[in-house]
Write a protein that binds this ligand. Structure first.
Ligand code: 5GP
Length: 168
């Protein structure tokens, strides 16, 4: 059974707030939005439309999960298309759980000498953290529970839900 945790209205309001915050922080700069597929595509699509600074978008495909279980291994299946040297990178993530994925990606992107890197995650699950990660922008915190919807899947399903829910 699916239980609604965060309604689409709450998500919309929070995305608008994040948009204002990020727009202020990056006023006059160009943002390179690095979207981590697949889970972040819905959030990124909403976020980019509330950003005022010029924003370009690039994608990475990262895989670490099979169903509800993490293998602990993070694989980069598709790298960025653009050169990020000297640019302002905003990583857009769906949810930060153990922190392993983002730490791996941060190390990789930092080695390419961007001018700055910040992370915007729709959800944060701090109780599950294995490696600390500095999150500049967070939509909502969730408990130690497996959530789906708004881009997040369970075996590739539920991404289309307009809200964030828990499978119970
Ligand atoms: P981390 O490396 O921080 O443990 O994992 C981050 C990735 O794990 C997320 O991008 C997401 O794909 C997946 N993940 C972690 N927790 C959840 C969850 O509660 N629901 C879903 N659908 N995916 C999750």
């Amino acid at each position: 059974m699916l239980k609604e945790l965060i309604s689409s209205r709450k998500i919309k309001n929070r995305v608008a707030e994040l948009g204002r915050e990020i727009s202020t922080a990056y006023a006059g700069k160009e943002i390179v939005m690095v979207v981590l597929l697949r889970g972040s595509f819905v959030f990124a699509a909403d976020l980019i439309r509330v950003l005022e600074p010029e924003t370009v978008v690039d994608f990475m495909v990262v895989s670490s999960y099979q169903g509800e279980n993490t293998s602990g291994e993070v694989r980069i299946l598709k790298d960025l298309a653009d050169n990020i040297h000297g640019r302002h990178i905003l990583i857009v993530e769906d949810i930060v759980d153990t922190g392993l994925t983002l730490n791996k990606i941060l190390t990789l992107l930092q080695s390419r000498s961007p001018q700055s890197i910040a992370i915007c995650s729709m959800l944060n699950k701090p109780s599950r953290r294995i490696q600390p990660v500095d999150l500049q922008y967070v939509g909502f915190e969730v408990e130690d529970q497996f959530v789906v919807g708004y881009g997040l899947d369970m075996d590739q399903k539920y991404r289309q839900l307009p809200y964030i829910g828990e499978l119970v």
